[in-house]
Design a binder for this molecule. Sequence first.
Ligand SMILES: [Zn+2]
Length: 281
Amino acid sequence: MTEPADAAARRAVKPVICYPNETLPVPDLALYAQARAKAAKVDEVLVPPRDAACFRVKAGQFFRISSVEGPQVGDLNLWNAADLSERFYSGKSRALHGTHLTVGERMWSGFPYLRPMATIVADTLEWYGIDAYGGSVHDVIGTRCDPYTGHLLNGTQYHHCCHSNLTRALADATGLSLHQAEAHVHDVLNVFMCTGFTRDTGQYFMKASPVRPGDHLEFFAEIDLIGALSACPGGDCSAEHSSDTAACHPLLVEVFAPEAGALDEWQSPPVNGYDRSHGRD
Ligand SMILES: [Zn+2]
């Protein structure tokens, strides 16, 4: 295949941002910080290594995911506590904010809801930025490690992938059957995971997470949530996932409730205002 004569000129066209986000509703981080300052811990869940656990957070509360014991990445799913069909939309969150999320950015729900489910209010790994390989932390580009891909590529039957961990945790928390729960599991926010795309082949890469015990990522719940967090069998994801070979550690989830009245001037965001007529009268 020969290149067209103007190939260089076509490649030299400057990119434009797909979704300029200056018109996104801006979270009131100062108000959240005020509410957080006097918030009290009301719950905690320790997610065991190579397993997952669910937690519930009311709108206006905060939840913090912390590294404890050793470097570990976590796969996070979020659902509307009153309606599991409203769940985190990784692809649209990526389109709106970029490949990796940090403070002030949000986990958005899918159609027809498309509203913020949670806003990141603290990230002790924000200093990491984007490294020389193009890697960064807390991505919305990966999916979740799962047993189907392992079977496709290697013929394995591995049951402690994040997909299966999240499925068991949601089934236990809701009383749904395993297969019912599995249908609600979705692409994740890869908490603490350090990832990017190679420049030469465009392949998804991972590298050892810079997370250390004490590091945390904290969220403000914009709506009533059920969350599920899996402590990935990849551990710090420095070598491989979907096996029992990596060193794995627990992850701590803590829930904090603000004082009564702290959020009187705040309202949970409404669902998206598109009229859903799709061009039909
Ligand atoms: Zn995983």
